[in-house]
Write a protein that binds this ligand. Structure first.
Ligand SMILES: [Zn+2]
Length: 75
């Protein structure tokens, strides 16, 4: 008897944008943010930064400005 390992190619997140907190400039957090659009990614990342990193929305936006290329590399 062999193990029947089914690895499907239709991974549910294949059309999903993702950004790792580390890529976005946080040196320690390994949280990955998933979203379907850049806007959603931005908002989800902002919520994460506020909740998990105690940032304010203004601080987050500043951070995004500094790491702009990470948020615009999805084209
Ligand atoms: Zn984080």
């Amino acid at each position: 008897m062999s193990e029947n390992l089914n690895i499907t190619s239709d991974f549910p997140y294949s059309m999903t944008l993702s950004i790792n907190c580390k890529e976005a400039g946080d040196p320690t957090c390994t949280h990955t943010i998933l979203a379907e659009t850049e806007q959603e990614l931005f908002h989800t990342a902002m919520n994460h930064a506020i909740r998990e990193h105690g940032m304010t929305a203004a601080e987050f936006e500043e951070d995004v400005d500094k790491n702009e290329e990470n948020y615009r590399s999805f084209d």
